[in-house]
Design a binder for this molecule. Structure first.
Ligand code: P1T
Length: 386
């Protein structure tokens, strides 16, 4: 199917076909792993298909980038060596020292660390604001200086929801761009660019790759000017994935739709189970009617995702014990893979925000609900909760 043909097709068709047409020489239906750093030129500057050097472009990566752009409905997609590399490239492409960025007051700990410890030393100031509170985000903007409003929705790990349309309006009123970290929802459940966001960023290590076998990141943008800035910085900074990593991420992306539906099915069963368990103080999931972001999530997401957080009775000691007793849920950082994971954000993924405005509750446990047999997941949680 040609790129033109693919446009009007559904999500799952684009996930499988966008970005690549069977190889004209061999007919290979899947993009080969182009393990090459450079490309023969037909005379000086005579590039074949625009390929010059694999930091600038590699056909395996091009296929992945085309698929990402199609699924996020953007102008162009870019693949990176990690989610944080993607984030850093956005900042350096779109901000200058002296600028200001509004960041979530509840975000992945590594994202906060990047802004607080790396970008700040480079001269970029940041203010945390609750993504669920449009007025708080508006109040955090410094007129004339705020370049980016950066949000996660749902947030990591508290699953707060930001209203993308409203946040885009607030950012644009102030002459800023809205960047949405779409890692938790994945493009199957939410397409921020269609709601007014300017830039989408992913840790493709998570749902996009989907199999916990590769670290990667992605950026998708909605206009050509931003695309040009990212293209330049992707090459100039060089934090690109190699062809093997690009292949694995693209292979995972093709099954995103079916995986996400099973992640959501299992998460809904887990939420229902935890909600009835006496050792659970509070279940946090945007699919619950009592969740403060439920109405917005229902509007902008197809379903509510595979991430579930909960607070246990008995404080931190009990939260740690639950994490350590689980067996089918593997005690590990990361999320979005086929296997279920359990972790204690305060001591693990969010240890870098301890003592800051972004500190997370000590009795919080985070689940990445995988696609195993649901009964096994529920039995495991029952045992772990004691
Ligand atoms: O790990 P990396 O691929 O560099 O992506 C960073 C990142 C960015 N954004 C969000 C929302 C994330 O959750 C992450 C990484 N998060 C974990 C490793 C975690 O366990 O939460």
């Amino acid at each position: 199917m040609t790129t033109e043909h693919i446009k009007g097709h559904g999500f799952e068709t684009r996930a499988i076909h966008a970005g690549y047409e069977p190889d004209p020489t061999t007919g290979a239906v899947i993009p080969p792993i182009y393990a090459t750093s450079t490309y023969k030129q037909d005379g000086v500057g005579g590039l074949r298909g625009g390929y010059e050097y694999s930091r600038s472009a590699n056909p395996t990566r091009t296929a992945l980038e085309g698929a990402l752009a199609s699924l996020e409905e953007g102008e162009r997609g870019f693949a990176f060596a990690s989610g944080l590399a993607a984030e850093d490239t956005i900042v350096r492409a779109l901000c200058r020292p002296g600028d200001h960025v509004v960041i979530p007051d509840d975000a992945y700990g590594g994202t906060y660390r990047l802004f607080d410890k790396v970008e700040q030393a480079w001269g970029l100031e940041h203010s945390p604001a609750a993504v669920s509170d449009v007025d708080a985000v508006r109040a955090a903007i410094r007129p004339g200086r705020t370049r980016l409003v950066w949000v996660e929705t749902p947030t990591n790990p508290l699953l707060n929801i930001g209203d993308i349309e409203a946040l885009a309006a607030v950012a644009h009123d102030a002459g800023a761009l809205l960047v949405v970290d779409n890692t938790f929802a994945s493009p199957y459940l939410q397409q921020p660019l269609t709601l007014g966001a300017d830039v989408v960023v992913h840790s493709t290590t998570k749902y996009v790759g989907g199999h916990s076998d590769v670290v990667g990141g992605a950026v998708v943008v909605r206009d050509l000017e931003t695309a040009e800035a990212i293209t330049f910085h992707q090459n100039a900074m060089g934090a690109v994935p190699g062809p093997f990593d690009s292949f694995l991420t693209h292979r995972g992306l093709k099954t995103l739709g079916v995986r996400m539906d099973r992640h959501c099915d299992n998460a809904e069963l887990v939420v229902d189970f935890l909600g009835r368990h006496p050792a659970v103080e509070q279940v946090i999931y945007p699919g619950l009617e009592e969740h403060p972001g439920h109405a917005v999530a229902s509007r902008q997401m197809k379903r509510y995702g595979g991430m579930v957080s909960f607070r246990v009775t008995g404080g931190e000691a009990q939260a740690l014990a639950v994490c350590e007793r689980a067996e089918v849920f593997t005690l590990a950082e990361s999320l979005g893979g086929i296997e279920s994971l359990i972790e204690h954000p305060g001591r693990m993924t969010h240890a870098s925000v301890a003592g800051t405005d972004l500190e997370v509750p000590a009795d919080l446990v985070r689940l990445s609900v995988g696609i195993e047999t649901a009964d096994d997941l529920l039995a495991d949680l029952d045992r772990a909760l004691g």
